[in-house]
Design a protein around this ligand. Structure first.
Ligand code: FAD
Ligand code: FES
Length: 280
């Protein structure tokens, strides 16, 4: 069992858990993730390490409430325990030299934040582009502001309710044109990653995408997270989650992510209708 030492609520749907995990804390790196199974009957879901402390023996992850499991997790409180937490999993993000542009869209902002923070902590100049459909869906703005100068944070919303109206590729293009980007990291919805990749490719700038296919075991055994990279099948949980974005088959990834949408909707509905303590 893994005890929740601290629960922080950032907004209506965004939470951070600090959990007791001394062994994991000794080995975690930015870009890696853990798999959580909240209770004996729960599904396994992946979350990126947001922070860790080997001396104090804890790790943290930030999650956005989306479906059944994240809704249920949001009801856990400090002092409660999670059944299983496995990690660190995946390959750490490679933090090459130069100025970075980190792009996060939607729930991808929770994954982009620890990468941006680690890049800043290791002495890189970093621009962050935060993108969301509308203002209410922008996660962790205060956290990004706390690590960046004001002119290095670029915000776009599709509906213009906050920041610049439009999509993340507009500020990305400006940064690339101005010579302010040697490398790009992106994570978020598939169309966002795909068009960020096409924009970076126009300028010949390397771009990494953190891919988020559905994962089950997280250790390369089940094949559920397979992605097509340069015509070859890779497992995002052990070969990634970061890949050269110019080599990703985006149509395949999009189809695989959507494979269980009907069941996911049914599962959330059943959970909300039953909504009782026995679900935990
Ligand atoms: C490597 C990796 C790191 C991630 N890091 C974070 C993070 O730090 N913070 C965060 O909020 N989210 C993160 N996610 C996404 C997170 O795992 C999903 O939001 C979560 O699993 C949704 O579960 P649900 O039951 O609440 O929603 P559901 O309604 O079951 O699913 C909603 C959507 O979430 C995705 N999803 C569902 N189950 C899984 C699964 N087992 N594996 C992967 N994706 C799934 C699918 O795209 C699905 O359509 C990460 C995903 C991956 C692959
Ligand atoms: S999640 Fe099973 S192989 Fe990657």
């Amino acid at each position: 069992m893994f005890k929740i030492l601290q629960k922080t609520q950032f907004s209506e749907k965004v939470f951070k858990f600090r959990i007791e995990a001394p062994e994991m804390a000794k080995h975690a790196h930015a870009g890696q993730f853990l798999m959580v199974r909240a209770n004996e009957r729960g599904e396994r879901v992946p979350f990126t390490f947001a922070d860790w402390n080997a001396e104090e023996g804890w790790v943290e992850f930030i999650f956005m409430v989306i479906g059944k499991t994240t809704t249920m997790l949001s009801t856990y409180e400090e002092g409660d325990s999670l059944q299983d937490v496995v990690g660190p999993l995946g390959v750490p993000t490679e933090m090459g030299e130069g100025t970075w542009v980190v792009i996060g869209g939607g729930v991808g902002l929770a994954i982009a934040f620890p990468v941006a923070r680690q890049l800043v902590a290791t002495g890189h100049e970093v621009h962050v582009i935060m993108g969301a459909r509308t203002k209410d869906l922008l996660l962790l703005e205060d956290q990004f502001r706390s690590i960046l100068p004001d002119d290095h944070l670029h915000i776009t919303t599709d509906d213009g309710s906050y920041g610049e109206q439009g999509v993340v590729t507009a500020p990305l293009e400006r940064l690339l044109e101005g010579g302010d980007a040697d490398r790009v990291f992106c994570v978020g919805p598939v169309p966002m990653m795909k068009f960020s990749t096409l924009t970076a490719q126009k300028f010949g700038t390397p771009i990494i995408a953190s891919l988020n296919p559905i994962m089950v075991d997280g250790t390369g055994m089940c094949g559920c997270c397979r992605v097509e990279i340069d015509g070859q099948t890779k497992f995002a949980c052990v070969d990634g989650p970061d890949f050269d974005a110019t080599k990703v088959d985006w149509n395949d990834l999009r189809a695989r992510q959507a494979a269980y949408r009907t069941e996911e909707g049914q599962s959330l509905k059943a959970y909300e209708e039953a909504n009782c303590a026995c679900q935990r």
